[in-house]
Design a protein around this ligand. Structure first.
Ligand code: SF4
Ligand code: SF4
Length: 406
């Protein structure tokens, strides 16, 4: 029996062969925005070459499977210029052309193909040097930020004690404890006001593995996931809550695939907060008299279909005027940070963010709100880089909620 050459790509061979090269993932037409380029990378790079949108990347994957091309650093440099944002998947699955609404199109999953391509490249030693440094560190210290593992708990206020067991367990991720501790402090304020029975993993939490999965190191992701599962089980929790959109996607969609005995309900904090508002455990009282628009994080929106909870919350804040951008929900424009692009190609990531900021400015909103630490950071960077006369402040949704609590 001949040896399988590409074990990751073989798993998605059906998907790769599903593509019939229609090109809808290059340009789409939507009622509110007219004709637009689907792939944010292709929209902002000067040379709009075929591999810089989904069809070309799938042709390259096909070329590998057929033996027409080989893995190379040149190929890695192309494949890693992608946020795994899923904009191409949405267009391919839900095109307005009725001819695409057939059973085959329902199985198309571009992020799965991109991750398989990356895993092949990484296994063969072709990667982005910055990604290798980050993952090497993460393997030894369980975070991708070059921080001491022990410092993961520094965000916890001195007077805060978490019980050993609880109904909900808070998964903090790495970005927030190490870089944006105010988000977690706002979150525990909200949970405490609403009397939620929760705990946190503290030092027992490791990176969720999202960074490893998106950048092609599957074995590291599995090691991290297995450890986290054991730690979560010890809390006897039935529900996992998280604010980070990357952690949410990983816990909700990847852990059940990686870990056969993963049996927890995973909630994004906006889903829990919506429940708390609906059953009266939480009340938003203070007026926030501002015009606000909302950016859908890709890992929360397109990947996990959480569109309504953040909007429900914003619409329940007294005095707040909520205004939608042109491209929203499944057609939302990526912030530019995901899939390792921010660490691997920061300039491209910021250029994509600038496009999103321009869209937010068109709404005349004073605040741009999101619910993901990666989006928050890259959109803030985008505002700074754009340096336009008209400006907008970028906020995390939890900050607005805390300001509106009684
Ligand atoms: S829209 Fe789908 S089927 Fe058409 S070229 Fe893109 S990936 Fe292939
Ligand atoms: S996932 Fe996003 S960035 Fe990657 S090819 Fe598709 S549309 Fe482009």
């Amino acid at each position: 029996m001949s040896e399988i050459k590409y074990k990751h790509l073989e798993k998605v061979r059906d998907l790769i062969e599903t593509c019939y090269r229609c090109g809808d993932c290059r340009t789409a037409i939507r009622p509110l925005v007219g004709r637009y380029q689907v792939c944010p990378v292709r929209e902002v790079i000067p040379v709009k070459w075929e591999p810089f949108f989904a069809r070309g990347k799938i042709m390259l994957a096909n070329g590998l499977l057929k033996g027409d091309i080989e893995l190379s650093q040149e190929l890695a440099d192309i494949i890693f210029q992608c946020m795994i944002c899923g904009s191409c998947k949405i267009v391919c699955n839900y095109s307005y052309h009725p001819s695409l609404l057939h059973p085959i199109s329902q199985i198309m999953d571009h992020p799965k193909i991109w991750e398989a391509l990356r895993a092949e490249l990484v296994d063969a030693g072709f990667t982005i040097p910055r990604h290798s440094e980050i993952l090497d560190y993460c393997q030894k210290n369980y975070n991708p930020y070059f921080e001491n593992h022990e410092d993961r708990v520094n965000w916890i206020p001195k007077d805060k004690k978490f019980p050993k067991e609880a109904e909900y367990v808070l998964f903090t991720g790495c970005t927030e404890p190490y870089r944006m501790s105010d988000i977690l402090q706002n979150l525990i304020k909200i949970l405490d006001v609403a009397n939620v029975n929760y705990t946190a993993l503290g030092i027992d939490e490791w990176c969720c593995g999202s960074v490893a999965l998106r950048t092609g190191n599957i074995s590291l992701a599995k090691t991290l996931a297995k450890h986290n599962l054991d730690a979560i089980k010890k809390t006897k929790a039935t529900h996992i809550i998280t604010h980070c959109a990357g952690c949410y996607r990983t816990l909700k969609l990847d852990y059940p695939e990686i870990l056969p005995d993963f049996n927890f309900k995973v909630l994004h904090v906006t889903e829990l907060i919506q429940n708390l508002l609906e059953n009266g455990q939480l009340k938003l009282i203070n007026e926030i008299p501002k015009k606000v628009t909302y950016h859908d994080p890709c890992h929360l929106g397109r990947h996990a279909k959480i569109y309504d909870a953040p909007r429900y919350i914003l619409n329940h804040i007294p005095g707040l005027e909520f205004i939608e951008m042109k491209r929203i929900k499944e057609n939302s424009w990526c912030c530019g940070a995901g899939g390792g692009l921010k660490s691997g190609n920061p300039e491209l990531a910021i250029n994509i963010a600038k496009t999103r900021i321009e869209e937010a400015l068109e709404t005349s909103s004073e605040m741009l709100v999101t619910a993901c630490p990666f989006c928050l950071r890259n959109l803030k960077d985008g505002v700074e880089e754009l340096n336009s006369e008209k400006t907008i402040e970028v906020f995390d949704l939890l900050e607005i909620i805390v300001n509106s609590l009684e």
